[in-house]
Design a binder for this molecule. Sequence first.
Ligand code: SF4
Ligand code: SF4
Length: 722
Amino acid sequence: MVDIQSASQMTSWLVAGQTLFLTIHLLGVLCFAYIVAKRLVPLIRGQRDFRFDQPLIRLGRVLKFWLGQWKQPRYRLAGTLHIFIFAGFLLLAVRAFSVLIVGVSQNFVMPGLAGRAGPAYNIITDYAATIVFLCMVIAIIRRLIFKPARYAVPARYGKAHTADAIFLLSLIAILMMADSLFAAAKAAAQSQPGQSVETLAAFSLPWMLQRALVSASLPTLGTLYFGAYLVHELTFYFLLCYRPFGIQFHVETSLFNIYFAKLDREILKPVRYGVSDEHLDQVKSFGVKTFEDFTWKHMLDFYSCADCGRCSDNCPANAVGRPLSPRFITIKARDYSFQHYPVIGRAHNGTPLVGSKDSGSIYSADEIWSCTTCGACEEECPLLVEYIDKIVDLRRGMVDDGNVPQSLQKPLKALESRGNPYGKMEKKKADWANAKEFQQTCPVKTLGKSNGANTLYFVDSITSYDDRMQSIGRATAKILNHVGENFGILGAAERDSGHEVRRFGEETLFMTLRDHNVEAIRTSGVRRIVTADPHAFNALKHDYKDVPPVEHISQVIAREVKAGKIKFSPVENENSVYAYHDPCYLGRHNQIYDDPRDVLDAIPGLKRVEMKRCRDRSFCCGGGGLMLFYEPKEDQRMGVKRVQMAAEAGANVMVTACPFCMVNIEDAIKVAGLEGKMTAIDLTELVDQQIAREGPDLKFGLKKEEQAAESKECVVTSSNAQ
Ligand code: SF4
Ligand code: SF4
């Protein structure tokens, strides 16, 4: 019998194959281990981050987001390609390992693959190698010819990453080709007379190569076999050791990044893990100022980013030309880490991360203030990279250094002295509810020792003090009244929820506001809290501790509609087409998408359309809270883009469920020149307007005029009382 020698038996450049490949293995593994050890240096020096709890939940998330590639299909073509590549890699892992060992031990067979399973596995992996190869070719063509916009690198962020991406894709293609050629040459040699032929998967890459080689001489096949094996080995180890220098490092880190991803994403990270609020005064420096102030997990995020650009593609700040692109928050930090923690040489940290480029800083202050903490980036990232905590931590560092934008200093001082960003007097906080005429129609009690209630309506600053938003307060009160809720407000005892203050990075001021409110809520003796402000809702639900359960008014309305306590009159204007805008802190941060829609759909005759970007892909209106006082550099307002999206969807009424959204959207309608063509209304206002109130003619539509008059009366009389 004539056959080609196995790779380990061959001799090349006077070196026996076995020795050559053993040397390559050892060098490759040692080199990789050394590089990874160096990459771990900053992580070891980084801040604590407790991510070791709830192992089963974490494993479940690994199954969903890593093995199941859950988020990939959100981008159909790229996602499908990635799923094929990922599945191909997983299938090929055992084959690659076996191939490596064959170089030093010619008869090695992977345990479990000795019997019939072996040929079956080989057929599957023949197809896997073919699919991965084809995916690489498609990905290269996509990068070179179609050039998806989200891969572009704006000039201010440096050079395009195309060459690096093509290089890596080509290496994987070469690896697949070498693997296939190796199998094909062996099978072609076996197909010489007298040999038992190894079956290759029909129409796979190895099968096609084998057919092309079938008439080649044995020496030629032997050379091809050995050459393909050598190329496979060298490419494999080169890739292994090259990946930790760029975007492909995610191949190694993604599993860990997903396992250690934050479980309670809506809860903001503490100033320092392991330091309680009571001991915060002992922390010398707040937030992130230099690289080692990031937590080890945040550094792992930097390594794990695949540079896919999905975060920035969905970032509203990036879309309107603010100087922020989340992808580059990560890429710049990764580049910083590679430079300052080199593989060869000593680590050197200490450069302030935020500041001027000339001084070596990587972020500008505007970049960090531009974020609205909307969460679109985190929602989109297939590798669960976190952004909000990092951005808030960078802000904490700036606030700690007194580096606060001029326009935000006044509202912050007002929050300190008066408990609201407008600097208005506490005693005026309940004016919207205390007007005599309004109290007659919709009694709202201010809770006190002798004035208790079951439910607290937490109003928060903007609805209490802003003339336009007070209408949301009155509508909410009327709805609660209508369903017979025993409720009250805190009035002067209520301070700003501190939601935005915390996200702004002013942790100690937030704690003061929170502690005051917690005390007032506990003293009031209420058993539950309702609010119409998603920011207050998020703060009470996630930032506060030991307060009664909290609900957003849309949840209350949806429940009461289902229970039959709220019935609606049909909408009057048949030409009205409604689009619901998901507020970030109701939707993405708290997954309340259906309740507001269910309420709208329960209104007879209401025509509703969805904007292209809706639900978890909703587009932020421009940032609530303190962002109302901040004038970022931008080409266009986010709100303007948002109302244009509603117009494109065919809507002429935008419904939202957040006072901050209302400010931005109403303003944007004017700026976009859509006045008269588009209006905005809060869900509570719409519900209040459409409620079929009790009376003899409660059937839909019969008391509409009376209801409209009643609704108007409440608004007008109370406004007059301001
Ligand atoms: S939270 Fe929103 S604004 Fe901030 S970086 Fe992410 S997507 Fe952009
Ligand atoms: S952070 Fe996530 S979404 Fe953004 S570029 Fe990296 S991998 Fe893609």
